[in-house]
Design a protein around this ligand. Structure first.
Ligand code: 28G
Length: 636
């Protein structure tokens, strides 16, 4: 009888695990790199929960040489007793599917969205999994294989005087498109977790190439803001305040810097809310109100209809918002569940922000006036820009735009914007070849003269009055900044075409910075590309063959039997117009690189680091932020 019942249970379990393997996307979102890393987050979340509950202040992730990953914590160790049905607790935890959205002892659900679906899902998607438990003086382990089948029941393997849990698993290559973990992805996320969990050490090690990183922050949110503003000129020490209302805990750190960008990151129950939500809205109105009241009470703002708008008081503001919300009040919105819905979070965050900021401003007059002055400059610039826009709308603007574009932009003759392409070409000479060689119906050419303005260091005034960037903005015709709408774009593809040298790379990065700051939806809509011109041609006399990289050239040299001359293109200008069209512009034969932003906050950090005073990490930025998947799989 007992056996029958056990058999029934194990059949149910195997059916459950099989369901996960059939539809992995339902449990971990996808089977690409994102889904693959989700496996790690799933296990790490359990280790983090254990330390949040007060057990263990050390977590380590190791990428092993055999492709498996090991996660270790110093918590209490998973309980090792037996359940009524005869299974050990670890066997239950790692093979029975949980409905998802577990409750923690703290009363907070640790995460929204797809998180918290359980360690059994990871097991189901792994070829091997091993769990080692240090508890009650005993080391015991249990092993699984082929998607969660028990290979070795829980057994004692030694004795110990420590406690904790260690999990090792190998993602199944039949499930995942790639099983290569990214050290950078893991490290960046773990650093973020370490900021949010003050006092806990998180280590990441890559056994393959010996890389490692270790994070420990005593004052998490403060350290987080210091990190965001690293290398920037700041106006004051980081401000940190917190409060609790209606059962919602609010913790906020913020700091103004001399620059013009706003950088607000928010989290709920230690999970990033990438799309913001009610807490961010509340924070913003709290800040705006505090500054307006302070400025009016201190005679800085006079008159009845003068007040700061939100954007005025957020120029140069870096902030991290962290909320703890009880499960019963949690509401997430949006496709990726990255937006907080909870309405109470808005009022609570607004009140706590207002009270604390107002108090801070009153207590710190000098700092308060510095920020207020900065906000006033922004207000003046904003009002001037609005007047200019209004003037532009009232007729004169159109003429001005056409005048600015004439002689620069070679328009396409076609009518359907989605089929049109705009090439931004480095230099007048390449611009000339591109104009001659292009497909006039669908391809427009805008040559860029000289260096593009570095938007990371320029003020909004400089940017809005920059001729080169204005030309570009008018050509695309979809507005700029908050007014930008990619559906108004005159072009379905905007393609950056530069020489394959350092200068070209620099122009690319400057343009990417501009697009990232002022036309981000264009990138998000997948409409921004980088052209991929060849580095070499093998000239056989009668015809030429083009080669993209040094490696390819070496490969090709080995196989070619006939006589040829190698031609190296130092720049686009060295190709004649037909050559430029065939190799780089013709949709049938070219290869384009689509620009994508994996994570806006990280891209933000990288843009700041990169476009600040440090010159070094430029190449890395392109490598990390530009998705080098070639459009339509065209490869030369
Ligand atoms: C290393 C990688 C991932 C974990 C624990 C510790 C306990 C636990 C985990 O209990 C079962 C069900 C509800 C209490 C809890 C130990 C209480 C007492 C734990 C991990 C028992 C799960 N002693 N550490 N699970 N609960 N670390 N790290 O997974 O009632 S999972």
């Amino acid at each position: 009888m007992a056996t029958t019942k056990y058999d029934e249970t194990s059949i149910k379990i195997l059916e459950g695990l099989e369901a996960v393997r059939k539809r992995p996307g339902m449990y971990i979102g996808s089977t690409d790199k994102r889904g693959l890393h989700h496996l790690i987050w799933e296990i790490v979340d359990n280790a983090i929960d254990e330390s949040i509950n007060g057990y263990g202040d050390y977590i380590k992730i190791t990428l092993n040489k055999d492709g498996s990953v090991t996660i270790e914590d110093h918590g209490r160790g998973v309980p090792t007793g037996k359940h009524e049905n005869g299974m050990s607790t670890p066997e239950v935890i790692y093979t029975i599917l949980h409905a998802g959205g577990k409750f923690e002892e703290s009363g907070y659900k640790v995460s929204g969205g797809l998180h918290g679906v359980g360690a059994s899902v990871v097991n189901a998607l792994s070829t091997k999994m091993e769990v080692t438990i240090y508890r009650d003086g005993v080391i015991s382990n249990i092993k699984f294989e082929n998607g969660g089948h028990v290979a070795q029941k829980l057994k004692k393997i030694g004795s110990t005087n420590r406690t904790g849990t260690t999990v090792t698993f190998s993602p199944d290559p039949e499930i995942f498109k790639s099983t290569n973990f990214s050290f950078t992805t893991i490290t960046e996320r773990m650093q973020e977790s370490a900021f949010l969990l003050s006092g806990i050490t998180i280590e990441v090690e890559d056994q393959e190439d010996g890389k490692s990183a270790k994070f420990f922050y005593e004052n998490g949110l403060i350290n987080f803001v210091e990190y965001i503003n690293e290398g920037k000129k700041v106006l004051h020490k980081v401000i940190n305040f917190n409060g609790i209302k209606q059962g919602i805990e609010v913790d906020i750190a913020l700091q103004y810097q001399e620059g013009y960008n706003e950088n607000i990151l928010s989290f709920v129950n230690n999970v990033k809310t990438s799309d913001g939500g009610s807490h961010e809205t509340g924070f913003k109105s709290g800040i705006t109100k505090a500054f307006n009241d302070y400025a009016k009470e201190n005679g800085v703002l006079k008159g009845k209809d003068t007040s700061f708008e939100g954007t005025d008081v957020r120029e140069g503001l870096s902030a991290v918002i962290n909320l703890k919300i009880p499960e019963a009040l949690l509401q997430f919105e949006g496709q990726t569940k990255g937006k907080l819905g909870t309405p109470e979070a808005r009022t609570v965050t607004e009140q706590i922000t207002y009270e604390n900021m107002k108090f801070f401003l009153e207590e710190n007059r000098e700092i308060a006036l510095t920020i207020v002055e900065k906000a006033s400059r922004s207000k003046v610039a904003r009002e001037a820009a609005r007047k200019a826009r209004e003037a532009a709308r009232n007729g004169k603007g159109k003429e001005k735009k056409d005048k600015i574009l004439s002689g620069k932009l070679a328009k396409a003759t076609g009518k359907d914007p989605s089929k049109m392409e705009l090439f931004l070409v480095e230099g007048d000479s390449a611009g000339g070849s591109a104009k001659t060689g292009r497909n006039r119906e669908t391809q427009a050419i805008l040559p860029l003269r000289g260096k593009v303005l570095n938007c990371e260091k320029a003020s909004s005034n400089d940017i809005h009055s920059n001729e080169e960037l204005n030309t570009l903005t008018y050509a695309i015709g979809a507005g700029i900044g908050n007014d930008f709408d990619p559906s108004d774009s005159n072009y379905g593809k905007v393609i950056i075409m530069t020489d394959a040298d350092d200068d070209g790379a620099h122009i690319q990065i400057l343009l990417l910075t501009f697009f990232y700051r002022f036309m981000r939806p264009l990138i998000e809509a997948g409409m921004l590309y980088i052209a991929n011109p060849p580095l070499y041609a093998l000239d056989f006399g009668k015809y030429k063959e083009y080669v993209a990289t040094d490696e390819e050239l070496e490969e090709r040299k080995k196989t070619v039997k006939q006589a040829y001359k190698v031609q190296r293109f130092k720049g686009l200008g060295e190709m004649d117009s037909d050559e430029l069209y065939d190799t780089t512009m013709n949709p049938e034969t070219r290869s384009l690189i689509k620009v994508s932003i994996t994570d806006a906050a990280l891209a933000e950090k990288r843009v700041s680091v990169l476009m600040g005073d440090k010159v070094e990490p430029r190449k890395e930025w392109i490598e990390e932020n530009v998705d080098f998947t070639l459009e339509d799989n065209f490869r030369r």
